[in-house]
Design a protein around this ligand. Structure first.
Ligand code: C5P
Length: 246
């Protein structure tokens, strides 16, 4: 591993140069951070769980025709991905009020929203990923209108699919964050296409048990609720990724 060239190190993942041109290896760390890295911890096994859960979700989404950066899982902590140019936005989709939306708009956590709401944040750690409007995105050239339309359409489709997938295993999808990348279009005509990138895991989603509202996501870490990896393990087990303990 040490011979591989490191391309980028984030809070929960490292990207290495991949074995073939146009590929990267995405390594899932056990590190957890919250509140823009003011709170930090290492959670044994989190990286392994997120690698498996994100692989599972990316594969399901690819089956329904969502283009992603995912190629295949390499081992317990690594997956091979396509190298993309990351769009500097975090696209957040919410079904139920929680987190910063509850705080910002004074809507009680747990209140069902009238419809799915898509929000955009600028990916800038030094600014704490501020909420932005579509106007900022076009004016500053972070994405074109065509690209943003595609990201919104994909996000809503992913939301529909994931809500059903999680409901099937007794989990309510409260909200989640997506990142997208630009990939050279395979038609070879020089254009780019938008693909889903990064990860989808309990680090980037809010997942509540349908019956008890028990939190099965990173809020357990953010709010010191304990049993973080146990909750992630429960998500993986319910999705059929891990075998239940006898
Ligand atoms: O904190 P907030 O309520 O804005 O988060 C909305 C959703 O986006 C949550 O599921 C959270 O886990 C996710 N998120 C993320 N990375 C961020 C900000 C939010 O995965 N930097």
């Amino acid at each position: 591993m040490s011979r591989r060239k490191q391309i980028y190190e984030g809070k929960a993942k490292i990207l290495y140069e991949g074995p073939e041109p146009g590929t990267l290896v995405q390594y899932f760390k056990d590190d957890a951070t919250a509140f823009n890295a003011q709170k930090k911890a290492t959670l044994d096994g989190k990286g392994v769980l997120n690698n498996r859960i994100s692989e599972f979700i990316m594969l399901r989404l690819m089956e329904i025709g969502i283009p992603t950066h995912f190629i295949r899982r390499l081992n317990m902590r690594e997956q091979l991905i396509k190298r993309v140019e990351i769009v500097p936005l975090e696209v957040i989709c919410r079904n139920v009020a929680a987190g910063t939306m509850s705080k910002r708009l004074g809507i009680e956590e747990g209140e069902k929203l009238p419809r799915a709401i898509v929000e955009f944040c600028l990916k800038r750690d030094d600014l704490g990923d501020p909420l932005i409007a579509e106007e900022h995105i076009y004016a500053f050239g972070w994405a074109t209108q065509g690209e943003l339309d595609e990201m919104i359409a994909m996000t809503l489709r992913i939301n529909d699919y994931l809500q059903g997938m999680f409901a099937g295993v007794g989990i309510r999808l409260i909200d989640f964050k997506l990142e997208f990348g630009r990939l050279e279009h395979p038609d070879g005509l020089g254009g780019h296409m938008i693909v889903l990138a990064d990860e989808i895991s309990p680090d980037s989603c809010r997942l509540w048990d349908l019956e008890t509202n028990k939190k099965l996501d990173k809020d357990r870490f953010r709010r010191d609720l304990g049993e973080v990896t146990e909750a992630y393990t429960e998500v993986a087990t319910r999705l059929g990724i891990l075998k239940p303990n006898p």
